[in-house]
Write a protein that binds this ligand. Structure first.
Ligand code: 5GP
Length: 190
């Protein structure tokens, strides 16, 4: 998606080996107009897939998942990320490592928000190793919901997350793929 590549080149910085800072668009601030364009693009790519729900992970996935859900006219559910030792019997729960925080957190979704008859589109901001996505997919599996597809704003394709999910048979649509962040330079995959 050209407009997104342009904005990344203008606004992103490489903060450390393999990590991109994109606070103005994805991880701290939100451009509502651009976010709606991202939502429309995901809705277009997953057209005709009979999606009944969009699911994401708090917090950075929420704006673009909201935009996608609005265009598809379906509800949105976001998994909570908690550092908890409490047992939550009413929630599906998966423990995942956090790529940027260097800790493990629990992803939680209340059981009543996911149904076995749901066809879910999973949307997220960035995929790196794919741990967060795999955790969310395990929750969808526990709920018996079908995964209609996975939409990622920014795939760091030098890390294995997106590739691994495609190998498992999921339709993974990334709006932008970054092939390298070496030498502080952002190189896109064609
Ligand atoms: P994964 O579980 O795929 O390794 O990492 C996914 C999550 O970590 C994303 O939801 C994203 O918020 C965060 N993340 C991974 N790589 C980056 C990065 O380069 N920059 C930022 N800001 N967040 C990242």
């Amino acid at each position: 998606m050209e407009i997104l590549k342009q904005r990344i080149l203008e606004e992103a910085t490489v903060v450390s080996a393999g990590v991109l800072k994109l606070d103005s668009l994805l991880n701290h601030g939100v451009d509502p107009g651009l976010t709606m364009e991202l939502g429309k693009e995901f809705a277009r790519r997953f057209e005709g897939r009979d999606i009944t729900k969009v699911v994401t992970i708090e917090s950075s996935g929420i704006p673009v998942a909201f935009a996608t859900a609005l265009v598809l006219n379906v509800p949105l559910v976001f998994a909570r990320r908690k550092k908890t030792l409490l047992n939550e019997p009413d929630a599906y729960c998966e423990r995942v490592p956090s790529f940027t925080k260097g800790i493990v957190t629990d992803l939680l979704v209340s059981r009543h928000l996911l149904k076995a008859e749901d066809r879910v589109l999973f949307i997220d901001d960035i995929i790196a190793n794919g741990d967060a996505a795999r955790g969310l997919l395990k929750i969808l599996e526990q709920a018996g919901s079908e995964v209609a597809g996975i939409g990622i704003v920014l795939e760091k394709s030098f890390q294995a997350g997106g590739r691994t999910l495609r190998e498992l048979g999921y339709q993974v649509e990334s709006l932008v793929k970054i092939a390298s962040l070496e030498d502080n330079a952002i190189t896109f995959e064609d």
